[in-house]
Design a protein around this ligand. Structure first.
Ligand code: AMP
Length: 393
């Protein structure tokens, strides 16, 4: 079965076509700057180990034009479509075949993800128009976290804010956490129900997850993807009293404050840069704030690992993934330094070695395995799409 995975953003469209029998990518690409003066499409077709790349720069006025461009370049057959949807709220505990009711329920969750769910829905509608009769499945970023118990997902606000306004921890990056957790279990030769893991998705956005016997128990992101550890440009956890204090003292509007919290904070807020490759370079030249940004980031990751070790009671493995998690040995080493009390020791040589393949970085005396596992959210979406369709037949 060939599954097309679609991830529609407010001004972008990412897609990948998988042959699920051979688990290979047949084609994939991205359309960026939709609605701007010049849009950019990059498409790749793969066959027999060869890559055929097409790049087009032209005005792409809307998602419909982007989708038509994509469809024109995909020459292979498409059997089913899997959509990434960011926020499923409490309505969706698992990936779901799309119908009218499902679209309405996704729309009802728009207020919880106003930047993400509306373009996701546009993608679903356009794909239905373009590929009539093809089954479509929604895979939600929030699905994996729906097993988090009430004591961990509730905020200590008046309870009716949860019932009336749906304010609670939802968590994000669920597809990635699920993929790397399953992959790690497979590599450990264990069933997911046999192990406890802490998975660390550290990219431009960062989230950490405590997983007990295959079920998510807690995660660092909250009602929105702003919470948790500090990120490239996002604050992570803050004292909530800071918001009012800042607005009173700077005259910032709520919209301006939102912009600061999401786009001007995190690593960037501390040292002016958000890409860790640039930050390490600046730090090596003696820039104090670049060094401080790395120290803060690693410290916050360490605190979450400690907290989640306590939540899980027993930890079998830590799993690092995404841009920073997969590539940045410095951050990994700092976050895991002096954690022998938890049974965590890394091997500095293994930690420095670069590999695109999943590998371990723990030392021989470590009681906890430490893995670096490249994430593949698209493959996870394609896999879940197949599972939903198999179960609905
Ligand atoms: P992602 O959101 O998963 O694409 O991750 C993007 C981030 O990963 C970048 O902003 C960098 O901070 C980080 N990153 C990517 N490659 C490297 C690398 N080779 N070394 C350190 N950090 C990296």
């Amino acid at each position: 079965m060939n599954v097309l995975v679609i991830n529609t953003g407010s001004s972008s469209l990412k897609y990948q076509l998988f042959d699920m029998d051979s688990q290979t990518v047949l084609a994939g690409g991205v359309v960026e700057r939709i609605g701007e003066t010049q849009g950019v499409l990059t498409h790749k077709k793969f066959s027999r180990g060869k890559e055929d790349k097409t790049k087009k720069t032209q005005p792409i006025q809307n998602h419909q034009e982007a989708m038509l461009l994509m469809a024109g370049l995909i020459t292979q057959k498409i059997d089913a479509i899997g959509h990434r949807v960011v926020q499923g709220g409490e309505d969706f505990k698992a990936a779901t075949r799309i119908n009218g009711e499902v679209k309405k329920a996704i729309q009802a969750n728009n207020p919880l993800a106003p930047l993400h769910n509306p373009p996701n829905l546009i993608g679903i509608q356009l794909a239905e128009d373009l590929f009539p009769g093809k089954p479509q499945v929604a895979v939600f970023d929030t699905n994996f976290h729906q097993t988090i118990p009430e004591k961990a997902f509730l905020y200590a606000l008046p309870y009716e804010y949860y019932t009336d306004y749906k304010i609670r921890r939802y968590g994000f990056h669920g597809t990635s956490h699920k993929y790397v957790a399953n992959k790690t279990c497979e590599l450990m030769g264990k069933k997911s129900t046999e192990v406890n893991l802490i998975t660390l998705h550290l990219g431009n956005g960062c989230s950490i997850c405590a997983i007990k016997k295959g079920k998510c128990q807690d995660t660092s992101m909250g009602m929105t993807p702003l919470a948790g550890v500090m990120m490239g440009t996002r604050t992570g956890d803050l004292d909530p009293a800071i918001f009012g204090y800042l607005m009173d003292n700077t005259g910032m509007t709520q919209k301006e404050l939102d912009e600061v919290l999401n786009k001007k904070s995190g690593l960037k807020g501390i040292c002016g840069l958000n890409d860790l490759r640039d930050i390490h370079e600046k730090s090596a030249k003696g820039d104090r704030l670049a060094g401080l940004a790395v120290e803060m980031f690693a410290y916050q990751i360490k605190k979450y690992i400690g907290a989640y070790a306590a939540v899980l009671g027993h930890v079998d493995g830590l799993v690092f993934t995404a841009g920073v998690g997969e590539n940045d040995g410095v951050v990994r080493a700092k976050a895991l330094a002096d954690m022998s009390v938890f049974g965590i020791e890394i091997d500095p040589v293994k930690n420095k070695a670069r590999s695109q393949e999943p590998h371990t970085i723990h030392g021989t005396n470590s009681q906890i395995q430490v893995w670096v596992v490249p994430t593949n959210e698209e493959l996870q979406i394609a896999t879940e799409t197949c599972q939903v369709l198999e179960n609905s037949n």
